[in-house]
Design a protein around this ligand. Structure first.
Ligand SMILES: Cc1cc2nc3c(=O)[nH]c(=O)nc-3n(C[C@H](O)[C@H](O)[C@H](O)COP(=O)(O)OP(=O)(O)OC[C@H]3O[C@@H](n4cnc5c(N)ncnc54)[C@H](O)[C@@H]3O)c2cc1C
Length: 383
């Protein structure tokens, strides 16, 4: 296997190194700048190599952070998106609120100039190329890319979300799909847009799009976003599209794994792609079996970069790794719960004992539709 990913080296040791070397003191001031001091911890958090609680505990103790520190606030956004997913289930893959722009205005596939990173807009093309190479995009560039696809090219948000999810090493169904809804304005009463000036302020020089169709006022771009009109395909000829090949997205792992059917397993600790680093007193005494669920990936395929990150990280912690074609074949075992398991057809929750991850603060029982409501409830419970 070749591990070309330089944004996040796989495994728990690399994760700990990243966590130990991150200092959040400049985070609030610089986080919106593409070259700002962000943690790049998301691939480890998504795949359970680090828990949210561990990140929180380590950094609050080391830097004496208060719960209202901006970095903690961002960790809480992740927890909030999982709160919404738990309460709303599959509904997060459809618009949660009334759509502000009629669905008929949007197309249902990504244009080729976008998938080939050839829109002619530096900020967009460089962001997509970076995504293809490393599987990572800075948060502000994710917002730009999503807003560009939805509002300026009029592609339906779910199409963009599915595409980005499959390519991000930190791809997390809740954080991703709910962030796209936030940008599209399908989970709240406003939309997110940006212009060339905003890119100039927060992006590096090579992202500059001054003098292009994005170099307009917010009110002009907002009118455009609510209309059928599109902008932002700066290419002139089809020829320019030919040379670049987008990475393959695969619904099966890039290595052959033995089939769990032939393994005759019982009483083991199940490592899945979302709890890779988990260990406690009980699990450390058990055989650790990694399982890839084929049915999940038929619906949610991954890029090679993501596959490699996950499999290499699993290799470090698991005694064996298997492919599972039918989850109902899983025998008695113990695992940690993650909402992604609900996406696995026939997952035998009745036979599998699940441990629930600790949350930051006390999770409200009642559904909170907005982050501010969620935060108000949970803030008081954080000690
Ligand atoms: C369109 C779009 C798609 C996104 N898709 C994903 C995704 O698939 N997976 C994912 O983990 N995040 C996603 N995010 C949220 C955010 O962009 C990433 O979590 C963040 O950029 C990861 O980089 P970092 O670890 O350096 O973040 P930092 O800024 O260092 O933040 C620390 C941690 O807090 C959490 N976090 C930070 N910002 C957010 C946020 N806005 N929403 C939710 N959690 C946050 C992440 O776990 C992150 O690792 C998306 C955002 C947008 C706008």
């Amino acid at each position: 296997m070749k591990y070309s990913n330089t944004i996040a080296f796989p495994g728990r040791v690399s994760a700990k190194q990243r966590l130990d070397s991150f200092n959040p003191s400049e985070y609030k001031r610089t986080r919106n700048f593409i070259k700002g001091n962000v943690s790049k911890l998301s691939p480890y958090i998504t795949h359970g190599i680090l828990s949210l609680e561990e990140v929180y505990d380590t950094l609050t103790k080391k830097y004496n952070l208060r719960p209202d520190h901006k970095f903690i606030n961002e960790l809480m956004w992740r927890q909030f998106f999982h709160h919404v997913w738990t309460k709303k289930g599959e509904n997060i893959f459809s618009s949660l609120a009334e759509e502000l722009v009629p669905k008929s205005f949007y197309r249902s596939e990504l244009p080729g100039d976008i998938t080939r990173a050839k829109t002619g807009l530096a900020v967009i093309d460089k962001t997509i190329k970076g995504l293809y190479e490393s599987g990572y995009i800075h948060n502000h560039a994710r917002m730009w890319l999503a807003a560009y696809i939805v509002h300026f090219r009029k592609v339906y948000w779910k199409v963009g979300a599915d595409w980005m999810y499959s390519l991000l090493v930190d791809g997390d169904l809740a954080s991703n799909h709910l962030s796209w809804q936030w940008v599209a304005g399908t989970s709240r009463s406003s939309i997110y847009i940006f212009n060339a000036e905003n890119v100039k302020k927060y992006g590096p020089e090579e992202f500059c799009v001054k003098g292009t169709s994005l170099d307009r006022s917010y009110s002009e771009l907002s009118d455009l976003a609510f209309s059928r009109k599109t902008i932002g395909n700066e290419l002139i000829t089809e020829d320019e599209l030919i040379p670049f090949k987008a990475p393959l997205i695969k619904s099966y792992p890039p290595i052959d794994l033995p089939d769990i059917r032939n393994a005759n397993l019982d009483d083991f600790f199940l490592i899945h792609p979302w709890n890779i680093g988990f260990s406690d007193e009980t699990s450390s005494k058990m055989r650790k079996v990694g399982i890839i669920f084929e049915e999940f990936h038929k619906k949610w395929p991954w890029s090679t970069v993501k596959w490699n990150f996950v499999l290499k990280s699993m290799e470090e912690t698991c005694d064996d790794i298997f492919i599972c074609r039918d989850a109902s074949q899983i025998g008695k075992c113990l695992t940690t719960y993650n909402q992604h398991l609900e996406e696995i057809p026939r997952f035998p929750f009745d036979r599998v004992n699940t441990i629930f991850d600790k949350k930051i603060g006390v999770e409200p029982q009642q559904y909170c539709h907005s982050f501010s409501k969620y935060w108000r409830k949970i803030e008081k419970t954080i000690t």
